[in-house]
Design a protein around this ligand. Structure first.
Ligand code: M6R
Length: 607
């Protein structure tokens, strides 16, 4: 998604802006630009493609100036060309923007009728043109900002620089996140705390509908009624030192190697030995009498929710509905009085999930959020936050955040099962032990990562790949297929293995790879009969199972990757690793852009 930065102070900002944009690269983008004010005049450099193209443009024609704005653009309105790249300039005004201005077409028509013609196809330029027109008509910068905020609709964040105000930046947000950073005699603004991490850790977040006037000495914030308000300045937990690839080729590779820490730290947070058992956050309701839990998320986070449904149902005997956010937010959902709705998100900013959260709030549900970014909008809007302690996740493909989510969800399911009296102390202790053992078992899987390379070499030639699983392995099959599509661009489908004969089996012909996720659990026998059906039609089977499962399967699979023996309850957490590793090594074979796959954004803050 687009990344925004702005700085104002007493030193040249162009290089610092580009460095901050680099820390926002993980969000995904396809063009970039910066603008500064020099002696009261706007100057900008823009480039299509990656940031090195912008750096080259800046080397050829450097930009001076102690005040500036920068942007990485993920194209929505108009292709990723230089003309459509931000900052957009209209007369005395320059704007960078994330999100979507929904009524831009209507405003564009009005402006054109006044002989004001946009140069780009973007919705952003409309904001710049509108502001410039208001200034031309005699409005003060503050009045112009107020009027624009009242006029535009949609979910957005933007930062504005004006020639008439050489010591001021203006910032505004509605739904899309925006953080203000406080330095010594200098101020910053950015899409998230990560962008500002090496510059300052003193951060305040604008609320929905807020806009701000930022000078080198501080910020004045106004809410959506126009009243001046205080927004708390907190010390961000994000540290600049954490953000780097270390010795790894890609962030995704590094982050998969952080699975053990992500799982371990998250478990430690909820099950600290000094507590003598689980210590989950206090709920504003009694889990023993909760009528229903609704889980909502997008992408990989939704697969966590699907796995959790099995856990809450089997362990806590709690009715659970799982939905994807983009559908849930527009459905006429029937939610029970006193019910709880849980939103799972790595970023805590995915717009669909955030809007689904607000939709559930309107229906008087208790709101829980499982997020990896503690300062995110979802974390701030939820009644109860269950953090995952996976650390910053930069690769567009979500990896360690997924296992962190699963650990948090397993702890919650177990805690509620205890409170509902649906689990024996022995079983409870067994599951906790299995969870505690996970980091070591994850490290074992990672140590044998290279056994997957020949399999991935094979897969990299495939046109289609099927992933199958039953029970809690079904969402892992979905995760495997999603990851393969995302980063290797190979068409893949995940299916509940039992569904295969209802349609997808028609896809299987000689040589089609079928990855089967089949730990030795209650579904194993049935999963294996589905494998036999695939093999009978020429499918090349990749079996992911433990030693017992591989022995029971005989030598029938084309490839087998042996997983450590584990309690079936925690198997989906462990089996997330080989499916993610398979996608990574297949992408390496294909030479794709692993960390920033085409068309994708890390955090989807538009509809
Ligand atoms: O930040 P979130 O967990 O809300 O993001 C949800 C999805 O956009 C995300 O999981 C996406 O599917 C990833 N690219 C998957 O690897």
């Amino acid at each position: 998604m687009c990344g925004i930065v702005g700085m104002i102070g007493n030193r040249p900002v162009a290089r610092l802006l580009v460095e901050s944009l680099k820390r926002l690269e993980y969000r995904g983008y396809d063009s970039a630009g910066v603008a500064t004010l020099v002696d009261g005049a706007l100057h900008r450099r823009r480039a299509a493609g990656k940031l090195f193209a912008l750096e080259t443009a800046l080397e050829a024609k450097p930009l001076a100036g102690d005040i500036g704005i920068g942007h990485t653009r993920w194209a929505t309105h108009g292709p990723p060309t230089v003309e459509n790249a931000h900052p957009h300039v209209a007369g005395k005004v320059s704007v960078v923007h994330n999100g979507i201005i929904e009524n831009h077409q209507e405003i564009r028509t009005e402006l054109v009728a006044l002989e004001i013609h946009p140069e780009s196809q973007t919705d952003t330029e409309i904001v710049a043109l509108l502001l410039n027109k208001l200034l031309d008509d005699g409005a003060t910068p503050e009045e112009a900002m107020r009027q624009v905020m009242a006029r535009v609709t949609g979910a957005f964040a933007f930062v504005v620089m004006m020639e008439d105000c050489p010591s001021t930046l203006f910032a505004a947000r509605r739904a899309s996140p925006l953080a203000i950073g406080y330095g010594e005699g200098e101020m910053f603004v950015g899409s998230d705390a990560l962008a500002l991490a090496p510059l300052t850790r003193r951060i305040s977040y604008l609320d929905d509908g807020d806009w701000a006037i930022i000078s080198a000495d501080g910020a004045r914030v106004f809410d959506h009624h126009g009243a001046e308000v205080e927004r708390a300045v907190t010390l961000s937990a994000v540290s600049g030192a954490l953000i780097g690839k270390g010795n790894y080729r890609h962030f995704m590779e590094k982050e998969m190697h952080e699975h053990p820490e992500a799982a371990g730290y998250t478990l430690f947070h909820y099950n600290h030995p000094s507590n003598g058992g689980l210590a989950m956050p206090e709920m504003p309701f009694d889990p023993a009498t909760l009528p229903k839990l609704t889980i909502v998320a997008a992408g990989t986070s939704s697969f966590s929710g699907m796995i959790a449904k099995y856990w809450f149902e089997s362990l806590a005997r709690l009715p659970v509905e799982v939905d994807i956010a983009s559908e849930f937010r527009y459905r006429d959902t029937v939610l029970p009085e006193g019910g709880a709705a849980m939103f799972i998100s790595q970023s805590g900013e995915s717009l669909d999930t955030l809007m689904a959260l607000r939709h559930a709030r309107e229906q008087d549900q208790h709101i829980l959020a499982i997020v990896n970014v503690p300062e995110s909008t979802m974390a701030r809007e939820a009644d109860v936050v269950l953090p995952t302690l996976a650390g910053p996740e930069i690769g567009v493909a979500s990896t360690k955040a997924f296992t962190g989510q699963l650990v948090a969800l397993a702890c919650l399911a177990l805690d509620w099962a205890e409170k509902r009296g649906t689990v024996t102390p022995e079983r409870s202790a067994g599951i906790l032990k299995a969870l505690e053992h996970l980091p070591v078992q994850m490290a074992e899987v990672l140590e044998r990562e290279h056994d997957l390379v020949p399999i991935c070499h094979d897969l990299s030639h495939a046109r289609d790949v099927l992933y199958l699983g039953r029970g809690t392995s079904f969402p892992i099959a979905l995760e495997g297929a999603l990851k393969l599509k995302e980063i290797s661009y190979i068409h893949a489908e995940g299916y509940a293995a039992g569904e295969m004969k209802h349609g997808p089996i028609a896809l299987i012909e000689d040589g089609v790879p079928v990855v089967i996720v089949a730990p030795s659990d209650q579904w194993f026998e049935k999963a294996i009969s589905n494998v036999t059906e695939a093999m009978a039609r020429g499918g090349r089977v990749v079996l992911l199972s433990d030693s017992d499962g591989i022995a029971r399967m005989g030598n029938d699979a084309t490839w087998a990757f042996e997983m450590p023996d584990c309690d079936p309850f925690v198997a989906p957490i462990l089996y997330a690793l080989p499916v993610q590793l398979i996608s990574y090594h297949t992408a390496l074979e294909k030479g794709t852009d692993v960390d920033q796959p085409r068309n994708l954004a890390k955090s989807v803050t538009v509809e």
